[in-house]
Design a protein around this ligand. Structure first.
Ligand SMILES: [Zn+2]
Length: 289
């Protein structure tokens, strides 16, 4: 009897496991980076399992898919890209050729894009002329969220109302982030800031700031460019350098020493998008002048 009960229990446990693992199999969506996963999770609710191609702590610069990701990509229904990241230019065509049912949506549609030659070290230089960091601005995030929502409705029209309702919640969260950022930046003394890699172009544009990047067009700077940044920092009394978590601090430290400034870490590629946007605004407003 005890054995029958334990077999039954085993059966229930196994059934549980299989239904757990088989459920997302047909409801997988992929996104390129973690902030997109944040938006997609909010809109999808429990209807889709959202996978991210670039894992936490990694940069999109050196990405290539793992075998496990390739298996999941073959099961996935859709891929939400940024549209201008170098690895997307290389890999999206491959993903599509191994899974012809994969729908690809660019979350940058309808956005007012910034023209800039922007290259990440290690990335193939295929697309020139667009700053890809669209997620680093609450004002852009609204359009990204709307794009993700329309994509989900296209894949799963039956649940349209639910996605639209989730979008409204997300948009109100984005609005709160936007007004918090606006308030934090109100009393900022210098509109210019220095950043190692130019990841805050949209943030700067949308809040009336000016980003001075140590890298030039996303590449190692020339001595001439470095001197320009150092001169500007001295003239504007900028006393800090922002650097993204996944970048090596060594080069920034050399310049920090030169202009007697501190290095402040930011993480715009983190999953917790609202927290990161507010953190960046807070750091810009509180940094030593
Ligand atoms: Zn970049």
């Amino acid at each position: 009897m005890a054995r029958i009960i334990s077999y039954c229990l085993l059966g229930i446990v196994l059934a549980g496991c299989f239904s757990e693992s088989s459920k997302p199999k047909h409801n997988i969506l992929f996104v390129s980076i973690l902030p997109l996963k944040y938006f997609a999770d909010k809109i999808a609710g429990d209807n889709f399992h959202v996978e991210v191609t670039v894992p936490p702590g990694a940069g999109p610069e050196t990405y290539s898919p793992t075998p496990k990701q390739m298996i999941m990509l073959n099961e996935a229904q859709a891929y939400f890209s940024i549209g201008y990241l170098g690895f997307e230019q290389v890999w999206l065509a491959n993903f599509k050729s191994s899974n012809s049912k994969l729908r690809i949506f660019a979350s940058s549609n309808n956005l007012d894009l910034i023209s800039e030659n922007h290259h990440h070290d290690g990335e193939p230089q295929l697309l020139k002329g667009v700053d890809p960091h669209i997620w680093s601005s609450p004002k852009c995030a609204r359009i990204i969220a709307e794009n993700i929502c329309s994509g989900m409705i296209e894949i799963d029209p039956v649940n349209k109302d639910q996605y639209q309702k989730n979008l409204i919640h997300l948009l109100s969260e984005i609005n709160t982030v936007d007004s918090t950022v606006t308030n934090l930046l109100k009393h900022i003394t210098s509109k210019k800031f220095i950043i190692f890699h130019p990841a805050l172009g949209y943030f700067a544009r949308d809040y009336g700031l000016e980003q001075l990047s140590i890298e030039f067009e996303g590449k190692i700077p020339s001595p001439k460019h470095l001197q320009r940044v150092i001169d500007a920092a001295k003239k504007e009394h900028i006393r800090f350098i922002l650097i993204q978590k996944e970048f090596d601090k060594e080069n920034a430290e050399i310049i920090a020493k030169e202009i007697n400034s501190s290095i402040i870490q930011i993480d715009p590629l983190d999953y917790n998008w609202p927290e990161q946007m507010i953190d960046i605004a807070r750091k810009l407003s509180e940094t030593p002048k």
